[in-house]
Design a protein. Structure first.
Length: 226
């Protein structure tokens, strides 16, 4: 027969006997207090080492505080110190975002405007070589050399259409108010029919590309009689 283990007293173990669990934790999980052995005092249970425990400051050092300050703004520090509320900090952040958004929008507008000005200047420099040809076409038209349906007239129309597509526009017409910014007066004649300086004749047409002046118009100006 197999050997049956016996208990401490030599008896067979009780199969229905439940295991005994001893909780040896020093801290009571329910109360959070230090447990003391029966018959012992708090000093005895804690032992000589625990009786002479010292409190150690494990908080951040001055160096850690300085490094933390580098990552926090003045507003964040005020919030942590209680000098400002979360609503105030949120309003300041919204104002900062709105200011940055407006600055970026203005920067983009300036950049696009400068880009357009540079494009206009480039087109103006390109078409300047065609201005003498356009002047010849204007003179030929004044003298009646551009007959309707002729090959010369067709070529002139195509050339004018091409430069207009590039943004080149003529200006200067009889009756326009004289503007020294865009007109060059090559001759002045008194006239009783005008009250202000007025363009009486256009000797050479002026041209612009967008807001860029390519060439001023040379004109004869009628001035009021005194």
């Amino acid at each position: 027969m197999p050997h049956t283990p016996k208990g401490p007293e030599g008896d067979q173990p009780d199969e229905n006997e439940e295991p005994v669990i001893r909780d040896k934790r020093r801290i009571d999980p329910e109360t959070g207090k230090v447990r003391h052995p029966e018959g012992g005092s708090e000093a005895e249970s804690s032992g000589p080492d625990l009786a002479h425990e010292e409190l150690v400051d494990v908080g951040p050092s001055d160096t850690d505080a300085d490094e933390l300050g580098n990552f926090l703004s003045d507003e964040d520090l005020d919030l942590l110190s209680g000098q400002s509320t979360a609503e105030q900090l949120a309003a300041e952040r919204l104002a900062d975002l709105q200011r940055v958004t407006a600055e970026y929008a203005n920067y983009r507008k300036r950049t696009e405007a400068n880009r357009e000005i540079e494009r206009e200047r480039a087109v103006g420099e390109t078409v300047k070589g065609l201005l003498p040809v356009l002047d010849d076409l204007d003179r030929a038209e004044k003298h009646g050399d551009l007959e309707e349906g002729s090959a010369f007239t067709t070529i002139a129309a195509k050339l004018r259409t091409s430069v207009e597509r590039l943004g080149l526009k003529p200006f200067g017409a009889v009756g326009d108010p004289f503007d020294p910014q865009i007109h060059e007066a090559i001759f002045q004649q008194p006239s009783p029919d005008v009250e202000t300086d007025t363009v009486a004749d256009v000797v050479e047409t002026g041209y612009v590309v967008g807001s860029t002046l390519v060439r001023v118009a040379k004109v004869v100006v009628s001035v009021p009689q005194h």
